[in-house]
Design a binder for this molecule. Structure first.
Ligand code: BES
Ligand code: MN
Length: 465
């Protein structure tokens, strides 16, 4: 049974080239970016699925949402059906001048951890697409059938909150039926050290705008008696956390499920190296590590957090002596078990309004969100993936939490009647997803593809209907 994995290694270069082809399409799903690139992105994925032996390949649309790409290979009667998920939409490139190579020109570079492939989407999440196609085609190239039934579903709206997912599930529920889900969109414990992600934080996003004036005016002429909306917004934002960075909105924190004793102990057992963490995150040396909870990892994976993603009022270029008419910010809160997105959103909006000084006008706009998720780590699929990662990496995987969110997981697992969801992926702590110079370790991409190849046969061997 080792033959497909050996072939995958031998032909790995062709899979790396597949990834480069996908990365060259700037499929940014954010509003304001060209929709035709999303179509090209979906087409590039559909072409890859066909080339790698998937059948019934289709581009599926729900209303005006970005297309989903589907393909299947159902030739293992009596064996489980595995739904393989990834997403082809990517984040905007950010500040282009900070990229060391162009965001959409995949570029190989040596790094202290080994060879890396740079480019937007290499890791998040086009690398995840290639894990699936490489694993599937390795069997076909070896003249074998894939030992489980596979359905590949590649989404185009993950980075913007998967808002058409419920409608998509409703429209295609039967076609998507599966016993197990594998999502390749999460990070590993370290370079060369694999991980299975067993929990995700949820998310709530909100825009807030403060208006003081019907027009922008000269600050010399009017400042003093006339309130400044940027100062008002700054005070409001500053009141969202205490001096330790902990969320200070009582209605939000009330929701948080307390740590159980066992949980806290479990978190303390996971190794944490502060110097390494500082290096990987890129914190400036003088910055304080803000601590809340049993350990920094417990805090990342199991405590809520609040971030201001963007602030706008005039700009560096236009910074003249003015009082701005309005000031705007986008806030996100990461959610943990027991936090309800609607409640959090409502409490956040009320709190912001109550903190606005000087009678200014405040408008908030919630963007929905999703709940936290946690896996039940028992059963053949989890056993299979542990063995497969150990074979692929030569190192046993850690079970980790994830501070990020994947909108697809909970609604889809629920729709499949609680089917196990296996979260693995190719990202490492230096990947810098969502930032400039996103990259993957080429060696880890190979190992993760090989692991998924092993997963299929390990699962087939363990499955009892
Ligand atoms: N791949 C990430 C999720 C992730 C984050 C995995 C951190 C591992 C570590 C995913 O593409 C993502 O960024 N999701 C968004 C979801 C949001 C738009 C609902 C996120 O977490 O911000
Ligand atoms: Mn992703």
């Amino acid at each position: 049974m080792e033959q497909p994995a050996e072939l995958l290694k031998k032909n790995f270069k062709s899979h790396l080239e597949d990834l480069m082809t996908l990365v060259r399409v700037p499929s940014v799903s954010f509003p304001g970016f060209p929709e035709k690139e999303m179509i090209r992105g979906a087409e590039s994925v559909a072409a890859l699925l066909k080339k790698r032996g998937l059948e019934n390949v289709q581009i599926l649309r729900i209303g005006s949402g970005n297309p989903y790409v589907y393909g299947e290979r159902l030739k293992a009667p009596g064996k489980p059906t595995v739904l393989l998920y990834a997403h082809y939409d990517v984040q905007p490139p950010g500040r282009e001048e900070l990229w060391k190579s162009p965001a959409f020109e995949p570029t190989l570079t040596e790094s202290p951890q080994g060879q890396r492939l740079f480019g937007r989407g290499t890791a998040d999440d086009k690398g995840g697409v290639v894990m699936h196609t490489a694993a599937i085609s390795s069997y076909l190239e070896a003249g074998q059938e894939v030992p489980v039934n596979v359905k590949v579903l590649i989404e185009g709206e993950e980075e913007i909150g998967s808002s058409n997912l419920e409608a998509f599930i409703a429209a295609h529920r039967k076609m998507l039926d599966a016993d197990v889900m594998v999502l390749t969109d999460t990070n590993n414990f370290d370079c060369g050290v694999p991980a299975i992600t067993v929990s995700l934080r949820g998310i709530v996003a909100m825009e807030v705008e403060v208006r003081a004036l019907t027009k922008t005016v000269h600050s010399g002429m009017w400042s003093g008696p006339v309130p400044d909306p940027v100062m008002a917004l700054s005070k409001m934002l500053a009141s969202l956390v205490d001096s330790n960075g902990r969320i200070a909105v009582p209605g939000v924190m009330r929701e948080v499920r307390p740590f159980s004793k066992e949980e806290a102990q479990e978190f303390k057992r996971i190794p944490f190296d502060e110097a390494e963490f500082r290096k990987q995150s890129g914190m400036v040396p003088s910055a304080t590590l803000l601590q809340d909870g049993p350990s920094p990892l417990a805090q990342l994976w199991r405590m809520p957090s609040l971030t201001i993603n963007a602030i706008q009022a005039s700009s560096r270029k236009m910074a003249s002596n003015i009082i701005n008419d309005t000031a705007w910010a986008r806030i996100t809160i990461r959610l943990v078990p027991d936090m309800n997105p609607e409640t959090v959103s409502k409490e956040l909006a009320l709190y912001l309004k109550s903190r606005c000084p000087w009678g200014l006008e405040v408008e908030t706009k919630g963007h929905g969100g999703g709940e936290a998720w946690a896996a039940d780590v028992k059963g053949p699929a989890f056993e299979a993936v542990e063995v497969a990662l150990k074979k692929g990496y030569g190192v046993a995987p850690y079970k980790i939490g994830c501070g990020g969110s994947i909108g697809f997981v909970k609604p889809f697992a629920d729709a499949l009647g609680g089917a196990p969801a296996i979260l693995i992926g190719v990202e490492d702590p230096y990947t810098n997803a969502h930032g400039e110079n996103e990259s993957i370790l080429v060696g880890d991409l190979e190992k993760s593809c090989v692991s998924e190849c092993h997963f299929f046969s390990e699962l087939a061997a363990r499955w009892k209907k």
